[in-house]
Ligand binder design. Sequence first.
Ligand code: G3P
Ligand code: MG
Length: 230
Amino acid sequence: MQIIAHRGASYEAPENTLSAFGRALDAGADAIELDVYPLQDEWIVFHDRYLQRLTAHPGRLGDLTLDQVRRLKVFGQQAVPTLSEALDFIAGRCWVNIELKGADIQRGLTKQLLRAQRQAGFAAEQLVVSSFNHHWLRQLKTDHPEHRIGALTTSCPLNYAAFASELDAWSVHIDVDFVTPEFVADAHARDLQVFVFTVDEPRDMDELKVMGVDGIFTNRPADARQHLKL
Ligand code: G3P
Ligand code: MG
């Protein structure tokens, strides 16, 4: 079972920062998941639409300029990285799942996302772009068929993983509350990887292992590896 560090090792360090990514690499995570928002001409690594929880700054992320965001500190400690900085930092040491948040993928930013990936030396198969917005994923796959996409869901649809096949996705990423053995079997029959979020409890890890999922997103990659004896 693959261990994907959710927002980095975010139980130990401020989420989606270089510090959390460094801890994830130290823990031997197979992959790092990070969330990105487009801001001006950059992708920045940040989870929330609003700034309050992570930076104590009022207002929306999109209200600030890139320079202003770069002066903020996540949990008073760590800078908000750009996607390029994050990929340069990880630099092929594990595969990366970029989760697209918030804004329009068709604003010409796709090219920039792929440029950041190439500059950091990631092969196409070392990067999976995921989103809850399946329209963006379809656009990305149409424009760049060589790239892996991951279809996110917080539901167990009537026709299981059919939506991910329709997108020609490599993987399906499903909420731990809704994954079932039937869903996993259907996804595997469609040749899809199944990754489950967010799994920090040993009991859930044990159940998912029995279910045969391919990986878990966890905030605690070191503990997960220890528990699963990886
Ligand atoms: O990509 C899996 C998971 O991160 C999706 O939910 O809200 O934690 O980004 P969220
Ligand atoms: Mg995420």
